[in-house]
Write a protein that binds this ligand. Structure first.
Ligand code: 5GP
Ligand code: MG
Length: 188
């Protein structure tokens, strides 16, 4: 298996190692399975591209119950617009009407992406239920009135994290751990 040193990657510190991520995913899978086992129907895991790909692939393997899997892509605009805005770039293929949908996100930051999915797009599909599982949560950045996730791997401080699917300009997604980048002037 390919291994990279944190130094070579310009990572200042590792926030969550591969082993810690594994433990986190196993715990989340257990919590999720409890909910949907009681409901008695397989959920549709709806991954938000591209950041959730590593997380959702580990999560669905760790789930001890059957599930369906599909994806959406959302583009969010936050730059100069104070309220934030988002729109769908890729539609799910599975009909979601009457299904129990579990949105799977890499990180819940301002909440603009999930607010759009859970308050606008998904309700229009008339699913049986909508829940959210996020690997990471940055509560300090949340816009007022935006909800919390139903399942959260870990909270992180207001730092920019990369790895395990999370990118900086499409780089770093392939790292097996989650880390914080070194300050740009020290980057090799
Ligand atoms: P939102 O602000 O809508 O909650 O988050 C939008 C998206 O921004 C997240 O799904 C994630 O893809 C990206 N994002 C937010 N915080 C970070 C971060 O610390 N690192 C990386 N790589 N992406 C982030
Ligand atoms: Mg994302």
């Amino acid at each position: 298996m390919r291994r990279r040193t944190t130094k070579a990657q310009g990572i200042d510190r590792v926030l969550f190692s591969e082993a810690e991520l594994h433990t986190m995913v196993e715990r989340l899978a257990g919590e999720i399975a409890e909910t949907y086992r009681d409901i008695g129907e397989p959920p549709v895991l709806l991954g938000v591209l591209n950041g959730s790909v590593l997380f959702i692939s580990d999560l669905m393997r760790a789930l001890p119950i059957p599930c369906d899997v599909d994806f959406v892509a959302v583009q969010s605009y936050q730059g100069e617009r104070s309220t934030g805005d988002a729109r769908l770039r890729l539609q799910p293929k599975i009909p979601l009407t009457g299904r129990h949908v579990l949105v799977v996100e890499d990180i819940l930051d301002t909440g603009v992406t999930l607010r759009y999915l859970c308050s606008e797009f998904l309700p229009q599909q008339k699913p049986a239920s909508i829940r959210v599982c996020t690997l990471l949560d940055k509560p300090s950045r949340r816009r007022p009135g935006v909800f919390a996730a139903d399942y959260t791997g870990a909270e992180v401080p207001d730092v920019f994290v990369v790895g395990y699917g999370l990118d900086l300009n499409e780089e770093y997604r392939d790292l097996p751990y989650i880390g914080v980048l070194r300050a740009p002037e020290h980057k090799e």
